[in-house]
Design a protein around this ligand. Structure first.
Ligand code: SAH
Length: 377
């Protein structure tokens, strides 16, 4: 699982967007240059948002020529940009090899959050998630992950959304970030590096379905905020919604969460809980959840289920959601209901699809089921 960072394209030239600061230092030393070149080039790449060596005017001509020969600057390409009435913006990005991913920007008062993808498709098969229905295609390269932040930042400025439109990043797009560990960690390092995007640790959040050993690995490597997709207060139900639970049941997951916060005194884990009608939204579920989360410093993020074609679930009623929230809050938990944003452009959680070429069996089955349903209708 702890695979080495993989570049976007197997080429002899190194894509410098695939390297974090340590990687860039190694690269420059490797071509006989001084280490400080890493910071110098990072300022061009991330502060000036330049993607051409010939624009790096304080890098000597000889070195620029050298870089053109042995390195490259490759980012995903914007295929489509869509703005919602509420300011939410969604992009479809084309990747090398013919795949596409989606990313979403959510503006709120005082902050702007980018929801970033980590994989093309996903292998975890959560029963209520549309990304799961596409199957898994491949991990994103570091350049494709940090490239999302780079592109969003550039586009938002061009759209006149202020000088610092992006204040937070959540790894909550397509894919399971802890299954693309090295590339995700390198990209999150760049998000927080002062020579790149300089975001505070707590403003970069990784969300996981609960890969227990990788939570410990993350804890050893990175100081980002951690979110965990819980969705059920007991193993029987969570086994159905998040099949990964059969491998890492709730008790083990919460123990890993406690190890994560134990190393970070003021930190709390954000637990995501998607509310599905008649499935996990009963007052009994809320009370069981309270008992569980008393054991971990936590915040609860309730997400009204977002439907997608062929989904087997429905969104809980507004009154049910309110009642659920009241129970957990009266018991002393900090809980928020995630406002549904950008649903006029299919940009809500669990609705990101992208274009997964070379689809797996799972996505073919899903499409076949959709066709059956439309034939029956
Ligand atoms: N694989 C990671 C990152 C995805 S984050 C994880 O599971 O945490 C996306 C969040 O949206 C997760 O909490 C996911 O469970 C939730 N989600 C998925 N499909 C959804 C849907 N249709 N409606 C609402 N939330 C959904």
């Amino acid at each position: 699982m702890n695979e080495a960072a993989t570049p976007a394209v197997a080429a002899t030239r190194v894509n410098l967007f695939d390297l974090d600061r340590a990687g860039l230092q190694q690269f420059f030393v490797g071509i006989g240059e001084k280490k400080y070149r890493a910071e110098q080039v990072m300022k061009w790449l991330y502060h000036q948002q330049v993607d051409r060596f010939d624009a790096m005017t304080d890098v000597g001509r000889a070195l620029r020529t050298r870089l053109q020969e042995c390195a490259e600057l490759v980012l995903p390409k914007v295929m489509h940009e869509q703005q919602s009435a509420d300011g939410t913006t969604k992009w479809v990005l084309a990747l090398a090899g013919g795949n596409a991913i989606e990313m979403v920007y959510i503006p709120e008062t005082g902050r702007g959050t980018l929801c970033v993808s980590s994989q093309v498709g996903c292998s975890l098969n959560c029963s209520f998630c549309s990304t799961a229905k596409q199957g898994f295609n491949r991990n994103l390269a570091t350049s494709e992950i940090i490239g999302q932040v780079w592109i969003a930042n550039q586009r938002l400025k061009a759209l006149g959304r202020g000088e610092r439109p992006l204040t937070n990043v959540v790894m909550m797009g397509m894919g399971e970030p802890l299954l693309n560990f090295e590339n995700v960690v390198a990209a999150m390092d760049l998000m927080r590096d002062d020579f790149a995007f300089g975001l505070a640790n707590k403003r970069v959040t990784l969300s996981t379905a609960g890969l227990v050993p990788m939570i410990d690995a993350l804890s050893a490597r990175s100081d980002v905020s951690l979110a965990v997709s819980l969705h059920a207060p007991n193993d029987a139900l969570r086994d159905q919604l998040v099949p990964l639970n059969r491998k890492y049941p709730i008790a083990e997951l919460l123990a890993a969460c406690n190890r994560y916060v134990a190393k970070r005194p003021r930190a709390a884990i954000t637990f995501e809980y998607t509310l599905m009608k008649g499935v996990n939204d009963h007052p009994e579920h809320a009370r069981a959840l309270v008992k569980l989360l008393r054991r971990v410093p936590s915040k609860l993020n309730l997400i009204p289920f977002n439907p997608f074609p062929g989904a087997d679930y429905e969104r809980s009623d507004a009154e049910t959601i309110e009642a659920f929230k009241r129970i957990v809050m009266e018991a002393g938990l900090i809980a928020t209901v995630r406002r549904t944003r950008g649903d006029d452009i299919d940009a809500a959680c669990g609705q990101l699809v992208g274009q997964v070429l070379d689809r797996t069996r799972r996505s073919r089955e899903h499409r076949a089921r959709l066709e059956e349903r439309s034939d029956a209708a």
